[in-house]
Design a protein around this ligand. Structure first.
Ligand SMILES: Cc1cc2nc3c(=O)[nH]c(=O)nc-3n(C[C@H](O)[C@H](O)[C@H](O)COP(=O)(O)OP(=O)(O)OC[C@H]3O[C@@H](n4cnc5c(N)ncnc54)[C@H](O)[C@@H]3O)c2cc1C
Length: 307
């Protein structure tokens, strides 16, 4: 420790062998420069650990990138992220990684637009408005909805904090210990069984289950404790988008990771020279398109990686 750690981002399919041949020293080798790899790399290098991150594509970011076709810019994946306000979970992670101040978060007006068969419901991005709207739509469920809202506001954040390791010992003893029986029950029952305690309408249950629908599990197979955490994250904390899209987050992570850099080399691995030249040419052409649209979408020039 003490010394500045070496952080390198490398590109190339067979780069591991190449790196080893160069006898570079790394405490940790991270394979894959998506948000996961970049976050791990940033965190480790900020804690004095020498990291080599290996990415097989021509740029880091994984799904969290943008590309352009004709006049359209496509933000590949990351559109809505929960908990991006100060003291909320995602913001806290970005604060730990020292990039929260480099990003601008925009709170979405609506969390989701839900389409069930012949039925459409726009979920407001505010927990009180959401429940008022639900009560308006399902007046006969008012009592259960109020009980559900209270239950989630009492347990949701606590469950998240404990599961994520954000809780301190004092909070665990004073707040979580009395709720361990509830927590264990909710770990063992499905979301379906949990929601049946509050709600009768199948349609309303389906609407509420949008909180966890991304997991691709039916609510009869999804643990209630996970549902409660997801509901807290998505609907209590609320949904945000990042100015500049997923590419902005990738850029912030990459720059932060490379701030620690001592070795500034990037290798193309064992790709054949012809192939490398071809890839480089097409990548640079692509980058020029980005530059011309810089102001439109707020991409700083250095946001695109060039070797
Ligand atoms: C269409 C879509 C929409 C989404 N929308 C949202 C959203 O709105 N909100 C949200 O929070 N999440 C969203 N997600 C999820 C989010 O984008 C992903 O969870 C996240 O980007 C995944 O990051 P990752 O690092 O785990 O994986 P990836 O992004 O897949 O990164 C993995 C990286 O590893 C590299 N790699 C793989 N194998 C090797 C190898 N052998 N050697 C070297 N490199 C390798 C890959 O090239 C890639 O760069 C969405 C995902 C998709 C697909």
């Amino acid at each position: 420790m003490g010394e500045k750690p070496n952080t390198t981002i490398e590109f190339g399919l067979n780069i591991i062998h190449y790196s080893l041949n160069k006898s570079m020293h790394s405490d940790v080798v991270i394979i894959g420069g998506g948000l996961g790899g970049l976050s791990a790399g940033t965190y480790l290098s900020q804690h004095g650990i020498n990291v080599t991150l290996i990415e097989e594509q021509l740029q880091v970011g994984g799904y969290s990138i943008a590309f352009k076709r004709d006049e359209f810019i496509f933000d590949v994946a990351l559109h809505a992220i929960p908990g991006c306000a100060p003291n909320q979970p995602f913001y806290d992670i970005l604060t730990q990684l020292k990039i929260a101040d480099n990003l601008t978060f925009i709170k979405l007006k609506n969390a989701f637009n839900v389409y069930l068969s012949n039925y459409n419901f726009l979920i407001p991005n505010n927990i009180s408005e959401f429940f008022l709207k639900l009560i308006d739509e399902f007046p006969e469920e008012q009592n259960g909805l109020n009980r559900l809202k209270n239950y989630i506001s009492k347990h949701g954040q606590l469950y998240y904090d404990v599961v994520d390791g954000r809780s301190n010992v004092f909070k665990i003893i004073t707040q979580f210990v009395p709720r361990i029986p509830d927590f264990l029950t909710n770990s063992q029952i499905s979301t379906d069984v949990f929601l049946n305690k509050f709600i009768k309408s199948q349609r309303l249950k389906s609407l509420l289950y949008q909180a966890a629908v991304f997991f691709g599990e039916p609510m009869s197979a999804f643990p209630a404790v996970n549902f409660i955490i997801m509901f807290y994250l998505l609907f209590t904390c609320g949904m945000y988008t990042i100015k500049g899209g997923g590419q902005a987050l990738t850029n912030a992570l990459k720059s932060k990771m490379l701030e620690q850099q001592v070795i500034a080399e990037e290798y193309m691995g064992l790709r054949s020279l012809d192939k490398t030249a071809e890839l480089r040419k097409s990548f640079l052409a692509h980058m020029n398109e980005f530059n011309s649209l810089e102001n439109l979408y707020n991409y700083p020039k250095e946001s695109i990686f060039v070797w």
